[in-house]
Write a protein that binds this ligand. Structure first.
Ligand code: GLN
Length: 486
């Protein structure tokens, strides 16, 4: 198998492989692993075969749409795809076939990418294990008794297994980085506003961002270059100058200042995770960085504030699922009863919990005490980050306090599940870019991720550091629980 999408691109252009052969390899991997992983909700073999054949015809004609041309990709099932069922992992959207493509999907299609299918997720992206999907859980390709993380667990598992060379996910509070970490792949959340959310089924609009899952850091930077950019269809889309994420990859890290976040260690962090993180910090220091301990005290309250802001916004966003316009409809004697029955039947327990929490905290008399207070915490987090970035170029931490946990271990304890994202949520609250790079395995053979965070639009320096982390780690993506290569 190609080492990643950049490598596959070279093989496609030298004629050593065809897009069709690349796709058949991906589909073959999917058919060998899906019974165990359940990472896809839809596989579009027919559409993918047509797109691959078209890519081969294009290459034969000397037509080249760039780095994603002919590359098999998988999309989280909260991204709208024209003509292809899009469920957001919810019963309420069962059978929904969007009449349009999300902007990111359109960009992929224009770039000649081959869309293999749609991947599993926690319902409406609410969760950290992909166990909240209405269509059943996904399992971790390194250990089938464990979760792949979430909410974009399907895309993470698919890229780890090799059924696609690029996966897209969404990250509202860690949903790309945490599953990427638990599945041993690279996952990246861009600066808020840089990737269009047009056609992303909204969860919490002030936090949601789309980003790539890849097998290498270079692949991630290449994929980002294709999917991001101004889009007039998204009112939050950034219209200024975008950095070049690829430019710094070979630069090394000599002379950079790297901040270690004090708050993201200690209690709750597994010894294996802390050891691997410490080892990587030592290597970075040898490679020339200056390590600085930085305290960001507001990180301790970021999670609580997130669980007011995200549910509040979700309760508003999910009001559109009413049984009238699209998706599930459960008939009732009155319109109101129809809506109530549809929502009671269509939403699962976690989504219901968030809607209740969000509606309550926004209600008259409570607004300032809850939502208003959370917004003040958010501003304080941004100030903390700004102070830190006066001292250092990037901030680093483990991506997740633990490796992949056992399926079922946190399903009956929402707080334990919420704590899975403790390292990830601050970057969402500030709107900053952040990514994870796999750096090693713990004693039980499970992947450990290393998080790099950067200031807004700091993608170039973030990738520069991530590329060094990748070189130092020399991590091999070889999930042991599934048969991934022939
Ligand atoms: N796990 C977090 C939550 O449940 C984050 C989810 C996400 O980033 N979509 O809200």
């Amino acid at each position: 198998m190609a080492a990643g999408l950049a490598d596959a691109g070279r093989l496609l252009r030298s004629g050593e492989i065809t897009a069709t052969a690349l796709l058949e390899e991906a589909l073959g991997t999917a058919s060998r692993t899906e019974a165990q992983l359940h990472a896809f909700l839809t596989i579009d073999s027919e559409g993918a075969r047509e797109a691959a054949a078209q890519a081969d015809a294009d290459f034969a004609d000397g037509v080249d749409f760039g780095p994603l041309h002919g590359i098999p990709v998988a999309l989280k099932d909260n991204l709208c795809t024209r003509g292809l069922e899009t469920t957001a992992g919810s019963q309420i959207l069962a059978g929904y076939v969007p009449p349009y493509d999300a902007t990111v999907v359109e960009r992929l299609r224009h770039g000649g990418a081959v869309i293999v299918g749609k991947t599993n997720l926690d319902e409406f992206a609410m969760g950290s294990s992909t166990e909240n999907s209405a269509y059943g859980p996904t399992y971790n390709p390194w250990d089938l008794s464990r979760v792949p993380g979430g909410s974009s667990g399907g895309s993470a598992a698919v890229v780890a297994a090799g059924s696609a060379l690029l996966g897209l996910g969404s990250d509202t509070g860690g949903s790309i980085r945490q599953p990427a970490s638990l599945c041993g792949v690279v996952g990246m959340k861009p600066t808020y506003g840089t990737v269009s959310r047009y056609g992303l089924i909204a969860f919490a609009s002030s936090l949601d961002q789309i980003g790539p899952f890849t097998r290498t850091v270079e692949d991630s930077a290449i994929a980002l270059s294709t999917i991001w950019g101004h889009d007039p269809l998204d009112s939050t889309s950034y219209a200024g100058k975008y950095p070049d994420p690829v430019a710094g990859l070979e630069r090394g890290v000599d002379g950079l200042k790297v901040g270690i976040v004090t708050e993201l260690s200690g209690e709750g962090f597994e010894p294996g995770v802390e050891a691997a993180t410490g080892d990587m910090l030592g290597r970075l220091e040898k490679a020339g960085v200056q390590l600085v301990e930085v305290s960001l005290p507001t990180f301790e309250i970021a999670l609580s504030a997130y669980y007011l802001i995200a549910p509040a916004e979700a309760s508003s966003n999910l009001a559109r699922f009413d049984g009238i316009r699209y998706g599930l409809r459960v008939e009732g004697p009155t319109t109101e009863e129809l809506m109530a029955r549809t929502r009671a039947e269509g939403f699962g327990p976690e989504v219901t919990r968030r809607i209740l929490l969000g509606t309550y905290s926004l209600s008259a008399g409570y607004y300032d005490a809850f939502y208003g207070q959370a917004q003040r915490v958010r501003a304080a987090i941004q100030e903390d980050f700004a102070r830190a970035y006066d001292l250092v170029d990037v901030l680093v931490s483990p991506t997740s306090p633990t490796v992949a946990f056992e399926a079922g271990a946190r399903t009956s304890d929402p707080l334990a599940m919420y704590l899975s994202d403790i390292c990830n949520i601050p970057a969402n609250m500030a709107g900053h870019p952040a990514m994870t790079v796999p750096i090693g395995l713990d004693d039980s053979g499970l992947p450990i991720g290393f998080q790099v965070m950067a200031p807004p639009l700091g993608e170039q320096i973030m990738y520069q550091v991530a590329a060094e982390v990748e070189r130092q780690a020399a991590f091999v993506i070889a999930p042991t629980a599934v048969q991934v290569a022939r």
